[in-house]
Write a protein that binds this ligand. Structure first.
Ligand SMILES: O=C(O)C(=O)C[C@]1(C(=O)O)C=C[C@@H](O)C=C1
Length: 283
Protein backbone atom coordinates (compact mmCIF):
# COMPACT_ATOMS: atom_id res chain seq x y z
CA UNK A 1 0.00 0.00 0.00
CA UNK A 2 1.34 3.47 -0.78
CA UNK A 3 1.21 6.19 1.86
CA UNK A 4 0.05 9.76 1.73
CA UNK A 5 3.22 11.85 1.80
CA UNK A 6 1.45 14.47 3.91
CA UNK A 7 0.86 12.20 6.87
CA UNK A 8 4.24 10.52 6.93
CA UNK A 9 5.78 10.68 10.36
CA UNK A 10 9.00 9.05 9.17
CA UNK A 11 10.54 7.92 5.90
CA UNK A 12 8.39 5.26 4.21
CA UNK A 13 9.79 1.75 4.39
CA UNK A 14 11.44 0.19 1.33
CA UNK A 15 8.51 -2.25 1.11
CA UNK A 16 5.99 0.61 0.99
CA UNK A 17 8.03 2.44 -1.62
CA UNK A 18 8.29 -0.65 -3.79
CA UNK A 19 4.51 -1.05 -3.56
CA UNK A 20 4.14 2.48 -4.92
CA UNK A 21 6.57 1.70 -7.76
CA UNK A 22 4.51 -1.40 -8.64
CA UNK A 23 1.32 0.70 -8.75
CA UNK A 24 3.04 3.26 -10.95
CA UNK A 25 3.83 0.49 -13.46
CA UNK A 26 0.07 0.25 -14.09
CA UNK A 27 -0.25 4.03 -14.47
CA UNK A 28 2.63 4.10 -16.95
CA UNK A 29 1.44 1.15 -19.06
CA UNK A 30 -2.09 2.56 -19.33
CA UNK A 31 -0.76 6.02 -20.19
CA UNK A 32 1.38 4.49 -22.97
CA UNK A 33 -1.64 2.55 -24.29
CA UNK A 34 -3.64 5.80 -24.35
CA UNK A 35 -0.94 7.62 -26.31
CA UNK A 36 -0.43 4.77 -28.76
CA UNK A 37 -3.96 5.08 -30.18
CA UNK A 38 -2.85 8.26 -31.99
CA UNK A 39 -0.26 8.51 -34.73
CA UNK A 40 3.23 9.81 -34.10
CA UNK A 41 2.16 13.38 -35.02
CA UNK A 42 5.75 14.58 -35.15
CA UNK A 43 4.66 18.23 -35.67
CA UNK A 44 3.89 18.37 -31.95
CA UNK A 45 7.56 17.93 -31.10
CA UNK A 46 9.16 20.20 -33.71
CA UNK A 47 10.44 23.56 -32.51
CA UNK A 48 8.60 26.55 -33.99
CA UNK A 49 6.51 24.35 -36.28
CA UNK A 50 3.39 26.13 -35.11
CA UNK A 51 2.98 29.85 -34.61
CA UNK A 52 1.55 30.80 -31.23
CA UNK A 53 -0.64 33.86 -30.87
CA UNK A 54 0.94 34.53 -27.47
CA UNK A 55 4.42 34.78 -29.09
CA UNK A 56 5.74 31.54 -27.53
CA UNK A 57 8.80 30.03 -29.25
CA UNK A 58 9.19 26.26 -29.06
CA UNK A 59 7.23 23.10 -29.79
CA UNK A 60 3.51 22.57 -29.29
CA UNK A 61 4.27 20.03 -26.55
CA UNK A 62 6.53 22.38 -24.57
CA UNK A 63 3.95 25.18 -24.91
CA UNK A 64 1.24 22.82 -23.65
CA UNK A 65 3.46 21.62 -20.78
CA UNK A 66 4.13 25.22 -19.75
CA UNK A 67 0.41 26.00 -19.69
CA UNK A 68 -0.53 22.84 -17.77
CA UNK A 69 2.31 23.27 -15.28
CA UNK A 70 1.28 26.88 -14.64
CA UNK A 71 -2.16 25.73 -13.52
CA UNK A 72 -0.80 22.79 -11.55
CA UNK A 73 1.78 25.01 -9.79
CA UNK A 74 -1.09 27.25 -8.63
CA UNK A 75 -2.70 24.29 -6.88
CA UNK A 76 0.59 23.31 -5.15
CA UNK A 77 1.51 20.30 -7.31
CA UNK A 78 5.24 21.07 -7.23
CA UNK A 79 5.33 21.59 -3.48
CA UNK A 80 4.83 17.87 -3.14
CA UNK A 81 8.24 16.19 -2.73
CA UNK A 82 7.41 13.56 -5.41
CA UNK A 83 6.37 16.02 -8.14
CA UNK A 84 8.87 17.80 -10.40
CA UNK A 85 8.06 20.27 -13.19
CA UNK A 86 9.44 20.10 -16.74
CA UNK A 87 9.27 23.88 -17.22
CA UNK A 88 10.50 26.87 -15.23
CA UNK A 89 9.25 30.30 -14.08
CA UNK A 90 6.14 28.82 -12.51
CA UNK A 91 3.68 30.95 -10.51
CA UNK A 92 3.22 30.75 -6.76
CA UNK A 93 0.31 28.62 -5.48
CA UNK A 94 -3.00 30.36 -4.86
CA UNK A 95 -3.48 28.12 -1.82
CA UNK A 96 -1.42 28.31 1.39
CA UNK A 97 1.53 25.87 1.57
CA UNK A 98 1.05 22.37 2.96
CA UNK A 99 3.31 21.11 5.74
CA UNK A 100 5.08 18.09 4.27
CA UNK A 101 7.14 16.21 6.83
CA UNK A 102 10.80 16.71 5.93
CA UNK A 103 11.54 13.14 4.82
CA UNK A 104 14.02 14.05 2.09
CA UNK A 105 17.30 15.91 2.48
CA UNK A 106 17.59 17.22 -1.05
CA UNK A 107 19.78 20.32 -1.05
CA UNK A 108 20.29 20.25 -4.83
CA UNK A 109 16.61 19.63 -5.61
CA UNK A 110 17.71 17.06 -8.20
CA UNK A 111 15.50 17.07 -11.30
CA UNK A 112 16.20 14.76 -14.29
CA UNK A 113 13.14 15.78 -16.29
CA UNK A 114 15.25 17.02 -19.19
CA UNK A 115 16.60 13.48 -19.69
CA UNK A 116 13.10 12.01 -19.27
CA UNK A 117 11.69 14.42 -21.87
CA UNK A 118 14.43 13.57 -24.44
CA UNK A 119 14.05 9.83 -23.89
CA UNK A 120 10.25 10.03 -24.14
CA UNK A 121 10.06 12.18 -27.26
CA UNK A 122 12.93 10.58 -29.18
CA UNK A 123 12.57 6.93 -28.21
CA UNK A 124 9.24 6.12 -26.57
CA UNK A 125 6.81 8.02 -28.82
CA UNK A 126 8.25 6.74 -32.14
CA UNK A 127 8.24 3.23 -30.64
CA UNK A 128 4.65 3.08 -29.36
CA UNK A 129 2.89 4.97 -32.17
CA UNK A 130 2.23 4.35 -35.86
CA UNK A 131 4.12 6.73 -38.14
CA UNK A 132 2.12 9.55 -39.70
CA UNK A 133 -0.09 12.50 -38.82
CA UNK A 134 -3.76 12.21 -37.84
CA UNK A 135 -3.98 15.91 -36.72
CA UNK A 136 -5.02 14.89 -33.18
CA UNK A 137 -2.39 17.22 -31.74
CA UNK A 138 -4.25 18.25 -28.58
CA UNK A 139 -5.26 14.68 -27.74
CA UNK A 140 -1.78 13.31 -28.40
CA UNK A 141 -0.05 16.03 -26.36
CA UNK A 142 -2.52 15.55 -23.49
CA UNK A 143 -1.52 11.86 -23.38
CA UNK A 144 2.15 12.81 -23.71
CA UNK A 145 1.88 14.99 -20.63
CA UNK A 146 0.23 12.16 -18.69
CA UNK A 147 3.05 9.79 -19.71
CA UNK A 148 5.75 12.34 -18.85
CA UNK A 149 4.27 13.12 -15.44
CA UNK A 150 3.92 9.43 -14.55
CA UNK A 151 7.49 8.64 -15.66
CA UNK A 152 8.85 11.65 -13.80
CA UNK A 153 7.06 10.73 -10.58
CA UNK A 154 8.30 7.14 -10.82
CA UNK A 155 11.89 8.10 -11.49
CA UNK A 156 12.09 10.81 -8.82
CA UNK A 157 10.70 8.34 -6.31
CA UNK A 158 14.30 7.17 -6.33
CA UNK A 159 14.97 9.91 -3.75
CA UNK A 160 12.63 8.26 -1.23
CA UNK A 161 14.09 4.84 -2.05
CA UNK A 162 17.61 6.18 -1.51
CA UNK A 163 16.63 7.81 1.78
CA UNK A 164 15.16 4.56 3.10
CA UNK A 165 18.32 2.67 2.10
CA UNK A 166 20.46 5.35 3.75
CA UNK A 167 18.47 4.99 6.97
CA UNK A 168 18.56 1.19 7.01
CA UNK A 169 20.74 0.30 10.04
CA UNK A 170 22.22 -2.68 8.12
CA UNK A 171 23.83 -0.44 5.49
CA UNK A 172 23.84 3.05 7.04
CA UNK A 173 27.53 3.17 7.98
CA UNK A 174 28.59 1.87 4.58
CA UNK A 175 26.50 4.54 2.85
CA UNK A 176 27.99 7.28 5.06
CA UNK A 177 31.52 6.08 4.23
CA UNK A 178 30.87 5.96 0.47
CA UNK A 179 29.15 9.37 0.50
CA UNK A 180 32.13 10.90 2.33
CA UNK A 181 34.39 9.34 -0.34
CA UNK A 182 31.95 10.58 -3.05
CA UNK A 183 32.31 7.07 -4.48
CA UNK A 184 29.66 7.05 -7.19
CA UNK A 185 30.44 3.56 -8.54
CA UNK A 186 30.34 1.81 -5.19
CA UNK A 187 27.15 3.64 -4.22
CA UNK A 188 25.59 2.39 -7.46
CA UNK A 189 26.66 -1.16 -6.63
CA UNK A 190 25.39 -0.97 -3.06
CA UNK A 191 21.93 0.32 -3.98
CA UNK A 192 21.45 -2.11 -6.87
CA UNK A 193 19.29 -5.17 -6.26
CA UNK A 194 19.50 -7.34 -9.38
CA UNK A 195 16.81 -9.76 -8.18
CA UNK A 196 14.26 -6.96 -7.69
CA UNK A 197 15.05 -5.62 -11.18
CA UNK A 198 14.69 -9.06 -12.76
CA UNK A 199 11.32 -9.69 -11.10
CA UNK A 200 10.13 -6.21 -12.03
CA UNK A 201 10.88 -6.77 -15.74
CA UNK A 202 9.07 -10.13 -15.72
CA UNK A 203 6.03 -8.64 -13.97
CA UNK A 204 6.03 -5.68 -16.35
CA UNK A 205 6.02 -7.92 -19.40
CA UNK A 206 3.07 -9.91 -18.04
CA UNK A 207 1.18 -6.69 -17.21
CA UNK A 208 1.86 -5.11 -20.61
CA UNK A 209 0.58 -8.26 -22.31
CA UNK A 210 -2.54 -8.52 -20.16
CA UNK A 211 -3.44 -4.81 -20.09
CA UNK A 212 -2.62 -4.53 -23.78
CA UNK A 213 -5.09 -7.14 -24.91
CA UNK A 214 -7.91 -5.96 -27.08
CA UNK A 215 -11.07 -7.56 -25.71
CA UNK A 216 -13.10 -6.60 -28.75
CA UNK A 217 -15.69 -8.83 -30.40
CA UNK A 218 -12.98 -10.96 -32.08
CA UNK A 219 -11.80 -12.22 -28.69
CA UNK A 220 -15.31 -12.86 -27.28
CA UNK A 221 -17.72 -15.69 -28.02
CA UNK A 222 -21.38 -15.17 -28.94
CA UNK A 223 -22.35 -14.95 -25.24
CA UNK A 224 -19.83 -12.23 -24.51
CA UNK A 225 -17.38 -14.56 -22.74
CA UNK A 226 -13.67 -14.00 -23.31
CA UNK A 227 -12.23 -16.84 -25.40
CA UNK A 228 -9.46 -18.82 -23.77
CA UNK A 229 -6.18 -19.11 -25.71
CA UNK A 230 -6.87 -22.56 -27.23
CA UNK A 231 -10.30 -21.40 -28.47
CA UNK A 232 -8.79 -18.41 -30.22
CA UNK A 233 -5.23 -19.27 -31.22
CA UNK A 234 -4.67 -16.14 -33.30
CA UNK A 235 -5.50 -13.76 -30.50
CA UNK A 236 -4.15 -15.70 -27.57
CA UNK A 237 -2.33 -14.01 -24.73
CA UNK A 238 1.21 -13.81 -25.90
CA UNK A 239 3.55 -14.27 -22.95
CA UNK A 240 6.78 -15.25 -24.67
CA UNK A 241 5.08 -14.70 -28.05
CA UNK A 242 6.33 -13.72 -31.50
CA UNK A 243 6.48 -10.37 -33.27
CA UNK A 244 3.21 -10.80 -35.18
CA UNK A 245 1.40 -11.70 -31.95
CA UNK A 246 2.91 -8.68 -30.27
CA UNK A 247 1.43 -6.42 -32.91
CA UNK A 248 -2.03 -7.58 -31.83
CA UNK A 249 -1.65 -6.11 -28.34
CA UNK A 250 -2.38 -2.39 -27.88
CA UNK A 251 1.17 -1.64 -26.83
CA UNK A 252 4.35 -3.51 -27.77
CA UNK A 253 5.24 -5.32 -24.54
CA UNK A 254 8.90 -5.73 -25.50
CA UNK A 255 9.09 -1.98 -25.86
CA UNK A 256 7.60 -1.42 -22.41
CA UNK A 257 10.18 -3.82 -20.97
CA UNK A 258 13.08 -2.14 -22.77
CA UNK A 259 11.79 1.30 -21.70
CA UNK A 260 12.14 0.18 -18.08
CA UNK A 261 15.36 -1.80 -18.55
CA UNK A 262 17.21 0.87 -20.56
CA UNK A 263 15.77 4.12 -19.17
CA UNK A 264 13.37 4.01 -16.22
CA UNK A 265 15.47 1.83 -13.89
CA UNK A 266 18.85 3.42 -14.86
CA UNK A 267 17.42 6.94 -14.40
CA UNK A 268 15.88 5.99 -11.03
CA UNK A 269 19.27 4.67 -9.97
CA UNK A 270 20.93 7.85 -11.21
CA UNK A 271 18.52 9.89 -9.05
CA UNK A 272 19.30 7.61 -6.10
CA UNK A 273 23.07 8.07 -6.52
CA UNK A 274 22.81 11.86 -7.00
CA UNK A 275 20.59 12.11 -3.96
CA UNK A 276 23.02 10.09 -1.84
CA UNK A 277 26.09 12.00 -3.05
CA UNK A 278 24.50 15.17 -1.60
CA UNK A 279 22.81 13.54 1.40
CA UNK A 280 25.36 14.85 3.87
CA UNK A 281 25.92 18.30 2.32
CA UNK A 282 24.11 20.17 5.06
CA UNK A 283 25.60 18.18 7.96
O1 LIG B 1 13.68 -1.32 -5.26
C1 LIG B 1 14.79 -0.80 -5.14
O2 LIG B 1 15.61 -1.20 -4.27
C2 LIG B 1 15.18 0.30 -5.99
O3 LIG B 1 16.20 0.90 -5.75
C3 LIG B 1 14.37 0.63 -7.19
C4 LIG B 1 14.93 -0.05 -8.44
C5 LIG B 1 13.97 0.33 -9.60
O4 LIG B 1 14.21 1.32 -10.28
O5 LIG B 1 12.94 -0.35 -9.73
C6 LIG B 1 16.27 0.48 -8.70
C7 LIG B 1 17.40 -0.17 -8.28
C8 LIG B 1 17.38 -1.54 -7.74
O6 LIG B 1 18.37 -2.31 -8.37
C9 LIG B 1 16.06 -2.18 -7.87
C10 LIG B 1 14.95 -1.50 -8.26
Amino acid sequence: MSRNLLILAAAPTLGELRDTLVRLEDTIIFALIERSQFKHNNSIYEENKMSFKDGYKGSFLTWFLKEVEHVHAKVRRYQSPDEYPFTGNLPEPVLPPLAYPPVLVDPQNINVNEDIFDMYVNTVVPGITQPGDDTNYGSSATRDIECLQALSRRIHYGKFVAESKFQDPATHDEYVRLIREQNRDRLMELLTNAKVEELLLKRLKAKAIIYGQDLSSASMDANGNVKTPHESPGSSPVIGGKAEERAKTRVDYDLVVSLYRDYVIPLTKEVEVEYLLHRLDSD
